[in-house]
Ligand binder design. Structure first.
Ligand code: ZN
Length: 345
Protein backbone atom coordinates (compact mmCIF):
# COMPACT_ATOMS: atom_id res chain seq x y z
CA UNK A 1 0.00 0.00 0.00
CA UNK A 2 1.16 3.47 -0.78
CA UNK A 3 2.30 5.55 2.13
CA UNK A 4 -0.46 8.04 1.74
CA UNK A 5 -0.45 8.74 5.46
CA UNK A 6 2.78 10.69 5.18
CA UNK A 7 1.47 13.04 2.57
CA UNK A 8 -0.88 15.92 2.86
CA UNK A 9 -3.76 14.72 0.75
CA UNK A 10 -5.61 18.00 1.18
CA UNK A 11 -2.68 19.88 -0.33
CA UNK A 12 -2.50 17.42 -3.21
CA UNK A 13 -6.18 18.02 -3.95
CA UNK A 14 -5.77 21.74 -3.26
CA UNK A 15 -8.65 21.85 -0.80
CA UNK A 16 -9.06 22.98 2.81
CA UNK A 17 -9.07 20.53 5.72
CA UNK A 18 -12.77 21.09 6.28
CA UNK A 19 -13.64 20.55 2.62
CA UNK A 20 -16.97 18.92 1.96
CA UNK A 21 -17.32 15.85 -0.19
CA UNK A 22 -18.55 18.06 -2.98
CA UNK A 23 -15.47 20.31 -2.74
CA UNK A 24 -13.29 17.24 -2.96
CA UNK A 25 -15.13 15.91 -6.01
CA UNK A 26 -14.88 19.24 -7.82
CA UNK A 27 -11.18 19.56 -7.01
CA UNK A 28 -10.52 16.01 -8.15
CA UNK A 29 -12.22 16.51 -11.52
CA UNK A 30 -10.29 19.67 -12.14
CA UNK A 31 -6.90 18.10 -11.29
CA UNK A 32 -7.55 14.89 -13.19
CA UNK A 33 -8.21 16.90 -16.29
CA UNK A 34 -5.02 18.87 -15.67
CA UNK A 35 -2.63 15.95 -15.01
CA UNK A 36 -4.22 13.22 -17.11
CA UNK A 37 -1.55 11.41 -19.22
CA UNK A 38 -3.67 12.13 -22.30
CA UNK A 39 -3.77 15.82 -21.53
CA UNK A 40 -2.31 18.02 -24.19
CA UNK A 41 0.86 19.93 -23.45
CA UNK A 42 3.45 19.76 -20.72
CA UNK A 43 0.97 19.78 -17.83
CA UNK A 44 0.57 16.00 -18.16
CA UNK A 45 2.21 14.42 -15.14
CA UNK A 46 1.87 10.73 -14.35
CA UNK A 47 3.20 11.03 -10.79
CA UNK A 48 0.87 13.90 -9.95
CA UNK A 49 -2.03 12.14 -11.62
CA UNK A 50 -1.50 9.06 -9.42
CA UNK A 51 -1.21 11.18 -6.30
CA UNK A 52 -4.46 12.95 -7.07
CA UNK A 53 -6.22 9.67 -7.64
CA UNK A 54 -4.89 8.26 -4.37
CA UNK A 55 -5.83 11.36 -2.44
CA UNK A 56 -9.29 11.31 -3.93
CA UNK A 57 -9.78 7.63 -3.14
CA UNK A 58 -9.04 8.25 0.52
CA UNK A 59 -10.71 11.59 1.08
CA UNK A 60 -13.88 10.75 -0.81
CA UNK A 61 -14.56 7.74 1.41
CA UNK A 62 -15.92 8.80 4.79
CA UNK A 63 -14.23 6.04 6.80
CA UNK A 64 -10.81 6.22 5.25
CA UNK A 65 -10.92 10.00 5.50
CA UNK A 66 -11.59 9.70 9.24
CA UNK A 67 -8.71 7.28 9.69
CA UNK A 68 -6.41 9.49 7.74
CA UNK A 69 -7.51 12.63 9.59
CA UNK A 70 -6.94 11.14 13.01
CA UNK A 71 -3.45 9.92 12.24
CA UNK A 72 -2.44 13.19 10.70
CA UNK A 73 -3.98 15.56 13.19
CA UNK A 74 -6.62 16.96 10.87
CA UNK A 75 -9.47 15.47 12.88
CA UNK A 76 -10.41 18.81 14.38
CA UNK A 77 -11.79 19.97 11.10
CA UNK A 78 -13.68 16.84 10.16
CA UNK A 79 -14.14 14.35 12.98
CA UNK A 80 -15.07 16.87 15.60
CA UNK A 81 -18.33 17.61 13.85
CA UNK A 82 -19.33 13.97 14.21
CA UNK A 83 -18.15 13.33 17.73
CA UNK A 84 -18.73 16.50 19.67
CA UNK A 85 -22.23 15.40 20.59
CA UNK A 86 -20.59 13.56 23.44
CA UNK A 87 -17.49 15.32 24.68
CA UNK A 88 -16.25 12.34 26.69
CA UNK A 89 -16.44 10.02 23.73
CA UNK A 90 -14.72 12.60 21.61
CA UNK A 91 -11.88 13.18 24.07
CA UNK A 92 -11.32 9.48 24.52
CA UNK A 93 -11.39 9.01 20.78
CA UNK A 94 -8.72 11.62 20.27
CA UNK A 95 -6.48 10.29 23.03
CA UNK A 96 -6.62 6.81 21.62
CA UNK A 97 -6.00 8.07 18.14
CA UNK A 98 -2.90 9.98 19.22
CA UNK A 99 -1.60 7.10 21.31
CA UNK A 100 -2.01 4.65 18.48
CA UNK A 101 -0.48 7.06 16.10
CA UNK A 102 2.67 7.25 18.27
CA UNK A 103 2.80 3.52 18.84
CA UNK A 104 2.49 2.92 15.15
CA UNK A 105 5.40 5.22 14.45
CA UNK A 106 7.74 3.76 17.08
CA UNK A 107 7.08 0.10 16.33
CA UNK A 108 7.03 0.56 12.57
CA UNK A 109 3.96 -1.61 12.38
CA UNK A 110 2.00 -1.84 9.24
CA UNK A 111 0.11 1.39 9.20
CA UNK A 112 -2.96 -0.31 7.89
CA UNK A 113 -3.08 -2.78 10.79
CA UNK A 114 -2.68 0.10 13.15
CA UNK A 115 -5.56 1.91 11.53
CA UNK A 116 -7.74 -1.14 11.72
CA UNK A 117 -6.78 -1.75 15.34
CA UNK A 118 -7.52 1.80 16.15
CA UNK A 119 -10.96 1.58 14.66
CA UNK A 120 -11.64 -1.76 16.22
CA UNK A 121 -10.77 -0.34 19.62
CA UNK A 122 -12.77 2.76 18.94
CA UNK A 123 -15.83 0.79 17.87
CA UNK A 124 -15.70 -1.28 21.03
CA UNK A 125 -15.19 1.78 23.18
CA UNK A 126 -18.07 3.74 21.80
CA UNK A 127 -20.35 0.70 22.01
CA UNK A 128 -19.47 0.16 25.66
CA UNK A 129 -19.84 3.82 26.50
CA UNK A 130 -23.23 3.83 24.81
CA UNK A 131 -24.41 0.79 26.74
CA UNK A 132 -23.25 2.14 30.07
CA UNK A 133 -25.20 5.30 29.47
CA UNK A 134 -28.27 3.46 28.22
CA UNK A 135 -31.40 5.06 29.60
CA UNK A 136 -33.56 2.48 31.34
CA UNK A 137 -37.03 3.41 32.53
CA UNK A 138 -38.25 1.84 35.77
CA UNK A 139 -41.23 -0.48 35.53
CA UNK A 140 -44.56 0.14 37.23
CA UNK A 141 -45.39 -1.93 40.31
CA UNK A 142 -48.86 -3.36 40.89
CA UNK A 143 -49.76 -4.15 44.46
CA UNK A 144 -53.04 -5.39 45.95
CA UNK A 145 -54.43 -3.47 48.89
CA UNK A 146 -57.20 -4.98 50.99
CA UNK A 147 -59.77 -2.68 52.54
CA UNK A 148 -62.96 -3.29 54.43
CA UNK A 149 -66.17 -1.66 53.20
CA UNK A 150 -65.89 1.25 55.60
CA UNK A 151 -62.33 2.03 54.55
CA UNK A 152 -63.40 1.82 50.93
CA UNK A 153 -66.36 4.09 51.60
CA UNK A 154 -64.70 6.63 53.88
CA UNK A 155 -61.10 6.56 52.69
CA UNK A 156 -58.17 5.83 54.94
CA UNK A 157 -54.41 6.12 55.39
CA UNK A 158 -52.23 3.07 54.98
CA UNK A 159 -48.60 2.17 55.38
CA UNK A 160 -47.55 0.11 52.39
CA UNK A 161 -44.43 -2.04 52.15
CA UNK A 162 -42.96 -2.03 48.70
CA UNK A 163 -39.96 -3.67 47.17
CA UNK A 164 -38.34 -1.33 44.68
CA UNK A 165 -35.90 -2.77 42.22
CA UNK A 166 -33.41 -0.81 40.25
CA UNK A 167 -31.14 -1.90 37.39
CA UNK A 168 -27.68 -2.51 38.83
CA UNK A 169 -25.67 0.70 38.33
CA UNK A 170 -22.43 -1.28 38.12
CA UNK A 171 -23.31 -3.51 35.16
CA UNK A 172 -26.22 -1.44 33.87
CA UNK A 173 -28.57 -4.42 34.35
CA UNK A 174 -26.54 -6.65 32.00
CA UNK A 175 -25.49 -9.07 34.80
CA UNK A 176 -21.99 -9.59 33.45
CA UNK A 177 -18.99 -7.36 33.01
CA UNK A 178 -16.32 -8.61 30.58
CA UNK A 179 -17.97 -12.04 30.77
CA UNK A 180 -17.56 -12.21 34.56
CA UNK A 181 -20.50 -12.07 36.96
CA UNK A 182 -21.09 -8.53 38.19
CA UNK A 183 -19.92 -8.37 41.83
CA UNK A 184 -22.41 -5.69 42.87
CA UNK A 185 -25.64 -7.46 41.89
CA UNK A 186 -24.10 -10.95 41.85
CA UNK A 187 -25.35 -11.55 38.36
CA UNK A 188 -29.00 -10.66 38.96
CA UNK A 189 -28.77 -7.37 37.04
CA UNK A 190 -30.76 -5.50 39.67
CA UNK A 191 -30.69 -4.22 43.22
CA UNK A 192 -33.70 -4.33 45.58
CA UNK A 193 -34.74 -1.86 48.20
CA UNK A 194 -37.50 -2.32 50.74
CA UNK A 195 -39.47 0.81 51.43
CA UNK A 196 -42.43 1.82 53.58
CA UNK A 197 -44.63 4.57 52.29
CA UNK A 198 -47.73 6.28 53.60
CA UNK A 199 -50.60 6.18 51.20
CA UNK A 200 -53.84 8.10 51.32
CA UNK A 201 -56.75 6.04 50.05
CA UNK A 202 -59.44 8.41 48.76
CA UNK A 203 -63.02 7.85 49.85
CA UNK A 204 -65.41 5.87 47.72
CA UNK A 205 -62.96 3.48 46.02
CA UNK A 206 -64.56 0.34 44.64
CA UNK A 207 -63.47 -3.25 44.01
CA UNK A 208 -60.60 -3.25 41.51
CA UNK A 209 -60.01 0.54 41.67
CA UNK A 210 -56.45 1.48 40.78
CA UNK A 211 -54.76 4.09 42.92
CA UNK A 212 -51.72 5.59 41.22
CA UNK A 213 -48.79 6.80 43.27
CA UNK A 214 -46.36 8.56 41.01
CA UNK A 215 -42.69 7.60 40.92
CA UNK A 216 -42.96 4.88 43.58
CA UNK A 217 -42.46 2.08 41.06
CA UNK A 218 -39.12 0.61 40.15
CA UNK A 219 -36.25 3.02 39.69
CA UNK A 220 -34.91 4.11 36.32
CA UNK A 221 -31.23 4.20 35.44
CA UNK A 222 -29.10 6.84 33.71
CA UNK A 223 -31.85 9.44 33.74
CA UNK A 224 -34.61 6.93 32.92
CA UNK A 225 -37.98 7.65 34.48
CA UNK A 226 -39.04 5.98 37.71
CA UNK A 227 -42.10 3.78 37.34
CA UNK A 228 -45.37 4.37 39.19
CA UNK A 229 -46.96 2.33 41.94
CA UNK A 230 -50.50 1.12 41.36
CA UNK A 231 -52.49 -0.06 44.34
CA UNK A 232 -55.31 -2.35 43.27
CA UNK A 233 -58.20 -2.27 45.69
CA UNK A 234 -59.60 -5.52 47.02
CA UNK A 235 -62.60 -4.97 49.27
CA UNK A 236 -63.15 -7.75 51.74
CA UNK A 237 -66.71 -8.46 52.75
CA UNK A 238 -67.94 -9.37 56.18
CA UNK A 239 -71.22 -10.80 57.44
CA UNK A 240 -72.98 -7.42 57.06
CA UNK A 241 -71.19 -5.60 54.32
CA UNK A 242 -70.15 -6.22 50.73
CA UNK A 243 -69.81 -4.11 47.62
CA UNK A 244 -70.82 -4.53 44.01
CA UNK A 245 -69.42 -1.86 41.72
CA UNK A 246 -70.44 1.46 43.23
CA UNK A 247 -73.17 -0.09 45.34
CA UNK A 248 -72.74 -0.99 48.98
CA UNK A 249 -74.61 -4.13 49.92
CA UNK A 250 -75.88 -4.50 53.47
CA UNK A 251 -77.21 -7.69 54.95
CA UNK A 252 -79.37 -6.35 57.79
CA UNK A 253 -80.61 -8.73 60.48
CA UNK A 254 -83.78 -7.80 62.39
CA UNK A 255 -85.67 -9.61 65.13
CA UNK A 256 -89.12 -11.15 64.58
CA UNK A 257 -90.66 -8.39 66.71
CA UNK A 258 -88.91 -5.67 64.63
CA UNK A 259 -90.14 -7.40 61.50
CA UNK A 260 -93.73 -7.25 62.75
CA UNK A 261 -93.73 -3.81 64.32
CA UNK A 262 -91.15 -2.03 62.16
CA UNK A 263 -88.18 -0.07 63.52
CA UNK A 264 -85.57 2.62 62.83
CA UNK A 265 -81.95 1.51 62.40
CA UNK A 266 -78.95 3.83 62.31
CA UNK A 267 -76.26 3.16 59.68
CA UNK A 268 -72.99 5.01 59.92
CA UNK A 269 -71.21 4.89 56.63
CA UNK A 270 -69.34 7.46 54.53
CA UNK A 271 -69.16 9.76 57.56
CA UNK A 272 -72.90 10.06 57.41
CA UNK A 273 -75.57 8.95 59.82
CA UNK A 274 -78.25 7.28 57.79
CA UNK A 275 -81.60 6.41 59.27
CA UNK A 276 -83.11 3.28 57.81
CA UNK A 277 -86.83 2.87 58.35
CA UNK A 278 -87.89 -0.75 58.51
CA UNK A 279 -91.61 -0.69 57.86
CA UNK A 280 -93.99 -2.87 59.90
CA UNK A 281 -94.59 -6.35 58.47
CA UNK A 282 -91.22 -6.66 56.76
CA UNK A 283 -90.25 -10.16 55.68
CA UNK A 284 -86.83 -11.78 55.30
CA UNK A 285 -85.28 -11.13 51.89
CA UNK A 286 -87.07 -7.82 51.44
CA UNK A 287 -84.82 -5.18 49.91
CA UNK A 288 -84.57 -1.49 50.74
CA UNK A 289 -82.59 1.00 48.71
CA UNK A 290 -80.89 4.20 49.89
CA UNK A 291 -80.32 5.96 46.58
CA UNK A 292 -77.10 7.91 46.06
CA UNK A 293 -75.58 6.83 49.36
CA UNK A 294 -73.04 4.31 47.98
CA UNK A 295 -69.49 4.57 46.67
CA UNK A 296 -68.27 7.28 44.34
CA UNK A 297 -67.09 6.74 40.78
CA UNK A 298 -63.51 7.64 39.90
CA UNK A 299 -64.26 11.23 38.97
CA UNK A 300 -66.49 11.67 42.03
CA UNK A 301 -69.39 12.74 39.81
CA UNK A 302 -71.65 9.77 40.54
CA UNK A 303 -72.54 7.73 43.58
CA UNK A 304 -73.93 4.26 43.84
CA UNK A 305 -76.66 3.14 46.24
CA UNK A 306 -76.82 1.28 49.50
CA UNK A 307 -78.90 -1.83 48.96
CA UNK A 308 -80.17 -3.40 52.16
CA UNK A 309 -81.42 -6.97 52.30
CA UNK A 310 -83.40 -7.66 55.45
CA UNK A 311 -83.14 -11.00 57.21
CA UNK A 312 -85.18 -11.97 60.25
CA UNK A 313 -82.87 -13.55 62.83
CA UNK A 314 -83.42 -14.89 66.30
CA UNK A 315 -81.26 -13.59 69.12
CA UNK A 316 -78.75 -16.16 70.34
CA UNK A 317 -80.21 -16.23 73.82
CA UNK A 318 -83.88 -15.97 74.70
CA UNK A 319 -85.01 -15.19 78.24
CA UNK A 320 -87.73 -17.30 79.91
CA UNK A 321 -89.98 -14.27 79.72
CA UNK A 322 -89.49 -14.02 75.96
CA UNK A 323 -90.08 -17.74 75.60
CA UNK A 324 -93.37 -17.31 77.49
CA UNK A 325 -94.39 -14.55 75.09
CA UNK A 326 -93.48 -16.75 72.11
CA UNK A 327 -95.68 -19.56 73.44
CA UNK A 328 -98.60 -17.15 73.60
CA UNK A 329 -97.90 -16.11 69.98
CA UNK A 330 -97.66 -19.75 68.98
CA UNK A 331 -101.13 -20.56 70.32
CA UNK A 332 -102.59 -17.69 68.32
CA UNK A 333 -100.65 -18.53 65.17
CA UNK A 334 -102.55 -18.20 61.94
CA UNK A 335 -101.63 -21.16 59.79
CA UNK A 336 -102.82 -19.68 56.49
CA UNK A 337 -99.07 -19.06 55.85
CA UNK A 338 -98.72 -22.65 54.62
CA UNK A 339 -102.29 -23.25 53.47
CA UNK A 340 -101.31 -24.62 50.04
CA UNK A 341 -98.14 -26.44 51.12
CA UNK A 342 -99.52 -29.93 50.58
CA UNK A 343 -101.81 -29.02 47.76
CA UNK A 344 -100.56 -30.02 44.32
CA UNK A 345 -102.76 -27.67 42.31
ZN1 ZN B 1 -24.63 -5.69 38.36
Amino acid sequence: MTNYYNKDLYKILEVNYDATLNDIKLAYRKLVRKYHPDAAGSSANVVKFKEVQEAYEILSDENSRKKYDILNGYYRETIKKTYTKNQNVYDEYIQRAQKHSQETASFSKSINDALDNLFHVQKKTSKRTKEEKKVINGEDINLDITLNCFEAANGTNRKVNILHTQPCPNCGGRKFINEAECPMCKGSGQLSLQKKINVKIPKGVSQGSKIRIKKEGNKGLNGGKDGDLYLIVKIKKNQYWDTEGMNILCNLPITPAEAVLGTDINLKILDENLNVKIPPMTSSGQKLKLSGAGLYNKSKTKRGDIIITVSIKLPEIISPEEKDLYSKLYKNADNTLRKDLNNAK
